[in-house]
Design a protein around this ligand. Structure first.
Ligand code: JFZ
Length: 423
């Protein structure tokens, strides 16, 4: 077995917007949406955008899907406006997924949404324009190594030994990246994915290409070979501990990225809120996915969930955006979680309670308020009978039965002082 290399250093994008962003929208959309998890009566039991590979659909068959792609309900503005309403700070759109189909008017491959479909309109451009209108950062997912359409692109779990990867890189990958980075305005980031056999030199060429065209464009962790500017966790995997540097958790609302008509395993909004706060607390960004249907319609369930999540995010935005990684507190609270900024500790409360009680935090507290409406709260600091520091914040009566809100504790010190437990 090949020994895994340890990550050498903490990742730093140098981009303040990314450090502050905390919440973004991932959009997986391509020809796979037409199959929606089923091909010729066979269903995939894996993520829907992988159906071509998982069900061994021949290229000649799969590429015919393009002639059916006519998403008349697609509305980039609606999606971007919604993302804005949900409090998200950036969007990452699948410009080309492993299937190899370009969602823009690519000059170097006719296998694209403008030239190969009855729809004939550039999806990437529509996102660009909508993001400009709503002042939203836009990044592109680009599958750099896997390309199941190009004869020389890699295919996971298949024989790649006869491929001329270099030829693919020069014919498709590099020119397409160049198009995305020269014709579509400021690209916030390129979300590379599944590097597979890409060598360090090849990954470096990709990075150099990106940076030469747009120095501020961030390169995602999955460029491979330790060249990413931030760490991407496994999909839906959350670091157990606060994690240093810039990182992001890509995640789904159900169990697929691309649309699957049979996947109804939606997470509920409260679970999503807890995941967002947990990831923020540990120092990361949450990149949450929607997978539009082939018509362009965004599944109603996704919208319903995110509308609910958005209410929390907007009411508590002060306790989410621009927060910093919280160090290791002795306790895991069964009713809440902590986020912080300098001189402020935010207590997110997920279960109703009479008052907010914390122990083993030894700061000098100078004030307390409800984040949603800035209402000042009474508080007192003391010691438990065992000698642990204690903070009690009184909630107003109208909050006794409420859950999903946050309280700010103002601290004289910049950071929370977490004490060991005496007991
Ligand atoms: C990749 C893609 O293959 C998938 O279709 C989707 O786009 C997702 C966001 O990214 O899947 C991965 C890649 C890496 C890991 C897990 C799933 N990983 O490192 O654990």
């Amino acid at each position: 077995m090949k020994k895994k290399k340890e990550s050498k250093k903490m990742k730093d994008t140098k981009q303040q917007w990314f450090k502050d962003a905390k919440f973004g929208l991932f959009i997986h959309w391509g020809l796979y949406a037409l199959l929606a998890g089923e091909y010729n009566g066979r269903k995939t039991d894996r993520i829907a955008e992988w159906i071509m590979n998982d069900l061994d659909i021949p290229v000649e068959e799969y590429e015919k899907l393009a002639s059916q792609f006519n998403p008349v309900e697609f509305d980039a503005e609606m999606i971007v406006r919604k993302a804005k309403e949900w409090g998200m700070k950036y969007i990452v759109f699948t410009s080309k997924h492993h299937e190899g189909f370009a969602m823009w008017d690519s000059k170097c491959s006719d296998y694209n949404v403008v030239k190969a479909t009855p729809y004939g309109r550039d999806i990437v451009r529509q996102f660009r324009e909508a993001c400009d209108k709503y002042d939203m950062k836009l990044g592109f997912y680009y599958s750099q190594a896997q390309d199941w359409h190009d004869p020389d692109g890699y295919i996971h779990r298949k024989d790649n030994s006869k491929k001329n990867y270099r030829a693919y890189l020069e014919r498709k990958c590099f020119p397409q990246l160049r198009e995305l980075l020269t014709e579509y305005g400021d690209v916030a980031l390129i979300w590379f994915d599944t590097p597979m056999g890409t060598t360090k030199e090849e990954s470096q060429e990709m990075v150099d290409l990106v940076k030469s065209l747009q120095p501020n464009c961030i390169v995602s962790g999955r460029i491979g070979n330790e060249l990413g500017e931030y760490m991407t966790t496994g999909d839906n995997f959350i670091p157990r501990l606060p994690y240093e540097g810039d990182w992001e958790v890509p995640a789904t609302l159900n169990d697929t990225w691309g649309f699957n008509k049979d996947d109804h395993k939606w997470k509920d909004p409260e679970e999503i809120i807890r995941l967002l706060v947990k990831i923020n607390s540990r120092g990361g960004n949450y990149l949450l996915n929607i997978g539009p249907e082939a018509s362009g319609h965004v599944p109603d369930e996704s919208v319903r969930i995110l509308d609910e999540v958005g209410k929390y995010v907007n009411e508590n935005e002060e306790a989410i955006f621009g927060t910093k990684r919280v160090g290791i507190y002795a306790y895991e609270l069964d009713w809440g979680m902590l986020t912080r900024k300098d001189h402020k500790l935010y207590v997110h409360v997920f279960k109703p309670r009479r008052r907010v009680e914390l122990i083993n935090i030894a700061n000098k507290i100078t004030g307390a308020y409800l984040v949603a409406d800035k209402r000042e709260l009474e508080f007192k600091t003391s010691m438990t009978c065992e000698g642990n520091s204690a903070i009690d914040v009184e909630l107003p009566e109208d909050y006794f039965d409420r859950k999903y809100f946050s309280v700010c504790l103002e601290m004289e010190e910049e950071e929370p002082i977490f004490e060991p437990i005496i007991g």
